[in-house]
Design a protein around this ligand. Structure first.
Ligand SMILES: [Zn+2]
Length: 127
């Protein structure tokens, strides 16, 4: 109950709506334990309390593509198929994650596609 109240009191996910030229939409804050993350300490107040997090969905630019493998029926052997690599339009993907300190509301954003590098939300990257 206390957690629900606290989550509602938090400011909305970060006002960081573009990443590398791509539009970002944020999901609401949630208390979600991410097992694989190293323990982190808040830059704002030094708290190591478990942070609230919000995933950020990064939308592709027109013309962005990704390589996938698709089964393709064999032309010579009926009933057989082989894997073929094809370029398809990229889809929106969760490429960012924001953490909010439960003690001081300090927000950090990380690039989960870029080796979990800290994102400087004050200066959007231009690559
Ligand atoms: Zn803090």
């Amino acid at each position: 109950m206390a957690t629900d109240t606290r989550l509602r009191a938090l400011p909305s996910p970060p006002d960081y709506v573009e990443h590398g030229g791509r539009r970002v939409t944020w999901e609401p804050w949630r208390l979600y334990h991410v097992m694989c993350l190293p323990a982190r300490v808040c830059d704002g107040c030094g708290s190591s309390a478990e942070a609230y997090c919000a995933p950020g969905l990064v939308h592709p630019l027109p013309g962005d593509t990704v390589t996938v493998t698709r089964p393709r029926p064999s032309a010579r052997v009926p009933g057989r198929s082989w894997e073929q690599e094809v370029e398809v339009p990229m889809w929106p993907a969760y490429g960012l994650i924001a953490f909010a300190c439960p003690d001081c509301d300090h927000v950090d954003v990380y690039d989960t596609d870029g080796g979990f590098a800290r994102v400087d939300t004050a200066q959007p990257t231009l690559f």
